[in-house]
Design a protein. Structure first.
Length: 267
């Protein structure tokens, strides 16, 4: 058992002490790189979560996302939550109803909720836009935090909320607040690997910071793939492939004997 991995108690103890780093990863290479670099918290989708991903994540605290709209009933969420924890998750992210979050928490599953811009509910707050810029909207965010507290969640993602609002909310709640574009007054700074590594296609969120240009490298690799496949086709057409070193050698006597047997069968 890994005894150096952070726990819920550890994250709670660090609230107000230092900022945590948090990254959404999409494959084992990214998880392994985060673990080697020392990232505190990883977010991984349920369909990517398996023993290989847990091993790659190393000492990182991992929240596994329970997919809203794919899971439907409370029993679906409970089953998925238990499966995730049993296979090594440290917590589960859930954007379902307060009732579902309460049931998960009642079963002892550490739950991370979501306030501010919640992508699965964006139609209620005007689409992909900041939340909490009016008194009424800010109070709705606070109301959501209090509801998550009451339901038994231990943390919440707070997305694109003005930092002044997010800071005051974080200061007044026991929840560990994971900031996604909500400023440094929260407890963790959260970025997606695709933004951080620079391979996002299309719109880049305002809060994203790009540290590398993987998109150009991926484009270069794609051109190399096409070139390699084209050269392979040309070799097949010309007879340049396969060459002798690509083939299995056999003793001439074996071939002669094989042919004699075939000839005898035909006669």
């Amino acid at each position: 058992m890994n005894r150096t991995r952070r726990t819920v108690a550890d994250l709670r103890a660090l609230k107000g002490v230092r900022q945590l780093s948090m990254v959404y990863v999409e494959n084992t290479d990214e998880a392994r790189a985060c673990a080697e670099a020392g990232v505190d918290v990883l977010s991984i989708e349920r369909h990517l979560w398996d023993a290989e991903m847990r091993e790659a994540a190393g000492d990182c605290f991992v929240q596994v996302g329970l997919p809203f709209g794919v899971l439907a009933t409370t029993d679906d969420y409970l089953r998925a939550g238990h499966d995730a924890i049993r296979s090594g998750a440290d917590a589960c992210y859930c954007a379902a109803s307060i009732e579902v979050i309460s049931r998960l928490a009642a079963e002892g599953i550490p739950v991370v909720g979501h306030v501010g811009l919640i992508p699965s509910r964006r139609t209620w707050t005007g689409g992909f836009r900041a939340v909490g810029k009016t008194v009424e909207s800010a109070l709705e965010v606070w109301k959501g935090v209090r509801a998550l507290e009451a339901a038994g969640a231990f943390a919440a993602e707070i997305e694109v909320v003005p930092p002044e609002i997010a800071t005051e909310i974080s200061r007044r709640t026991s929840l560990v607040m994971f900031s996604m574009g909500a400023g440094a007054g929260c407890d963790a700074q959260y970025l997606f690997s695709c933004d951080l590594l620079g391979y996002t296609r299309g719109h880049l969120p305002r809060h994203a910071k790009v540290y590398r240009d993987f998109a150009s490298e991926f484009d270069r690799l794609q051109r190399e793939r096409v070139a390699a496949f084209s050269e392979f086709i040309a070799d097949v057409d010309s007879g340049a492939y396969p060459e002798e070193q690509h083939l299995v050698p056999v003793d001439a006597a074996v071939v002669d004997k094989f042919l004699s047997v075939l000839d005898a069968e035909e006669n």
